[in-house]
Design a protein around this ligand. Structure first.
Ligand code: NAD
Length: 245
């Protein structure tokens, strides 16, 4: 389709599949990633795939990434804010600095990239797709940094949708458990815990990204793609579910 696509964290997992699917749709893709080795190998595979090395936690890096992308793509139609990393929380006494660093990667970078790409996205009637997690809505113990970052990106999504509409539609995807390490088999118990009967794949998420980029009546939404895992009501003793203390 000849669109200019920006993806963060494109060297591996969900971000890599998103890059591949846009390339295969005929678009040009520029991605940023901190993992230089994986990124260089990946970028070699496609002529319309461009790699910028950097850490999205650094503001100046984001500015340089967008300048580089404009040079390579000449236009920006879609921004996919995918990069993030897990982090712990209060039970581990996660430091103020570590908490802030997680926010820098998963929340401040999506805001700053949206700001830097705003004029291009408005001009091209573009799209922003943010990647959250079901951790935005439910928690395990000791997960404050990651949960807050993901909750933040859900709110950032509807705020941006209201500010940038109708020119730019902004949506978010909340993945559940996605097999990003090409694990071949999962136990019957792991599959049974997910109402859809399987662990998700990066393709399950990238299909939703591409769908959200081709529709024009959804904005400000967060769409959960988790095989129904977060929809299960659990009471102790039901369906062989037992709490262990
Ligand atoms: P992944 O670890 O497989 O890939 C993440 C990529 O981002 C890597 O290539 C990594 O090098 C890059 N990256 C990490 N920190 C970076 C930084 N500071 N600057 C630049 N690049 C950086 O991750 P994934 O599982 O594909 O996750 C992608 C997104 O999906 C994340 O936002 C994650 O929170 C979310 N998510 C994943 C799952 C899952 O089960 N895999 C579930 C819910 C949400």
């Amino acid at each position: 389709m000849d669109r200019g696509i920006l993806v963060t964290g494109g060297a591996h997992g969900i971000g890599k599949q998103i890059c591949i699917d846009f390339i295969q749709a005929g678009d040009k893709v520029c991605f940023i990633d901190i993992d230089e080795k994986k990124s260089i190998d990946f970028a070699k595979e496609y002529p319309n795939l461009f790699y910028f090395h950097g850490n999205v936690a650094h503001q100046l890096t984001l500015k340089r990434f967008v300048e580089f992308a404009m040079e390579k793509l000449q236009r920006i139609d879609v921004l996919v804010n995918n990069a993030c990393r897990g982090n712990k929380g209060i039970l581990s006494s996660l430091s103020y600095e570590e908490f802030d660093y997680t926010l820098s990667i998963g929340l401040k970078a999506p805001y700053e990239l949206s700001r830097l790409c705003k004029d291009e996205l408005i001009k091209n009637k573009g799209r922003i797709i943010n990647i959250a997690s079901t951790r935005a809505f439910q928690s395990e113990p000791d997960s404050e940094a990651y949960a807050s970052t993901k909750g933040g990106i859900v709110a950032l999504t509807h705020a941006l949708a209201i500010s940038l509409g109708p020119d730019v539609l902004v949506n978010c995807i909340a993945p559940g458990w996605i097999n990003v390490n090409e694990q071949q088999e999962f136990s019957r118990e792991d599959c049974a815990a997910i109402p859809a009967g399987k662990v998700g794949t990066p393709k399950d998420i990238s299909d939703m990204v591409l769908f959200l980029c081709q529709q024009d009546f959804i904005t400000g939404e967060t769409i959960t793609v988790d095989g129904g895992m977060s929809k299960r009501m659990i009471y102790h003793g039901d369906w062989n579910w037992f709490y262990k203390f």
